[in-house]
Design a protein around this ligand. Structure first.
Ligand code: PLP
Length: 362
């Protein structure tokens, strides 16, 4: 046909050469009754939050652009952490925070480092911005190998070095000594992704100051029960936040989300209670794991990485799915042969999971 002939050569414009090999982010959303695969909170935010949010939404001036600087939200986050609002950058999920960071400081001709296995999106977003990614290996027990860190920092002129604490998918917290050691040798910026920090007993926030090239990223998706809102932020030196503000799109943070985030911070105690419950459930599941034919990594997050020892990981994943329980299949990921990752759910969901896993492994 005419149009087809005419546009044949350009109807499917090839993507950038450097993006051809990119695979994208895969996390199947299957419809099951027990969904323990994406590290969300198993429970919604408090009813009082929902009421307050609905009340403010009803007064919203939808014909106006939102506050471009998200001042009220930034101030509330800054108060939570005892820092200045100029040290807070906010975006649509911490993934967008990371993307803005990399659009600003990575990109073509620049190099970033990750230590694998770790959160796949660090390397993925860096590659999308055109940066080169150097992947260092962790030790066999998934702790950071400081010799590898030192070698990579000496060999590559890095602009960003990524840490993730607690690390996804291993659940291991990065001890303060390691973060300090990385800061000592990393030539550029050190980013600590703390999406799960409230589940751990240490945060790198204590190491931040205006003279240190360190930033911390956080999200409302996990601890704050607000994955649906897409809200994340960064805490760092104010000069760096000012640079990010130049790169991000105007009005990137919609008015409803600014309200949602600001109101969430009024319910810190509810959030902490939810976190405590999840931590106690995590400990219960780990105790139950000790009785099963599997290896697991002691977690400081709201998920646990484990490796069945009597059956292939993929087989166990499918057998759980057959019992209406969805966990994350990491068995095909580099260095994670046969590994699965389970998100801590409600007490009832965890019971169903443990029951199903016991049946499968026995
Ligand atoms: C879930 C997760 C994020 C989250 O992202 P949002 O975009 O805020 O939902 C960031 N980092 C890590 C390590 C995660 O596991």
């Amino acid at each position: 046909m005419f149009a087809a002939d005419r546009y044949r050569d350009r109807v499917r414009i090839p993507v950038r050469d450097d993006l051809r090999a990119l695979e994208g982010y895969h996390s199947p959303q299957v419809s099951v009754s027990v969904r323990l695969n994406t590290n969300e909170s198993p429970t919604p935010p408090p009813t009082a939050w929902q009421d307050a949010f609905a009340a403010e939404l009803s007064r919203l001036e939808w014909h106006r652009y939102p506050d471009r600087g998200a001042v009220a939200l930034r101030t509330a986050i800054a108060d939570l952490h005892g820092v200045d609002p100029s040290q807070i950058f906010v975006a649509n999920g911490s993934n967008e925070v990371l993307q803005t960071l990399m659009l600003t400081f990575a990109g073509p001709g620049r190099t970033v480092a990750t230590f694998e296995p770790t959160y796949q999106m660090h390397g993925q977003i860096a590659r999308v911005t055109g940066a080169t990614v150097v992947e260092g290996e962790r030790n066999d027990d998934f702790t950071l190998d400081l010799d590898v860190v030192r070698r990579i920092c000496a060999e590559s002129s890095l602009t960003i070095t990524f840490l993730c604490s607690p690390n996804n998918p291993t659940g291991l917290v990065e001890p303060e000594a390691n973060v300090r050691a990385v800061m000592d040798v990393a030539p550029g910026l050190v980013v600590v992704d703390e999406a799960y920090a409230q589940f751990a007993d240490w945060s790198a926030i204590s190491l931040l100051d205006e003279e240190t090239p360190l930033v911390i990223t956080r999200t409302f998706s996990k601890t704050w029960s607000m994955a649906g809102a897409r809200l994340g932020y960064l805490i760092g030196p104010s000069w760096l936040v000012a640079e990010l503000d130049k790169v991000t799109l105007p009005y990137h943070l919609d008015a409803a989300k600014q309200i949602a985030g600001r109101l969430a911070l009024r319910f810190v105690e509810d959030m902490e209670a939810r976190v405590q419950h999840i931590v106690s459930e995590r400990e219960r599941i780990q105790r139950a794991f000790a009785e099963l034919a599997l290896q697991y990594w002691t977690s400081s997050a709201n998920f646990i990485l484990f490796r069945p020892t009597s059956l292939p990981g993929r087989t166990v994943w499918q057998a759980l799915l057959d019992r209406d329980v969805l966990v994350r299949d990491c068995s095909g990921w580099p260095r994670l042969a046969d590994c699965l990752r389970v998100t801590i759910g409600t007490t009832e969901e965890n019971d169903v999971f443990l029951q199903a896993l016991g049946e499968v492994l026995r």
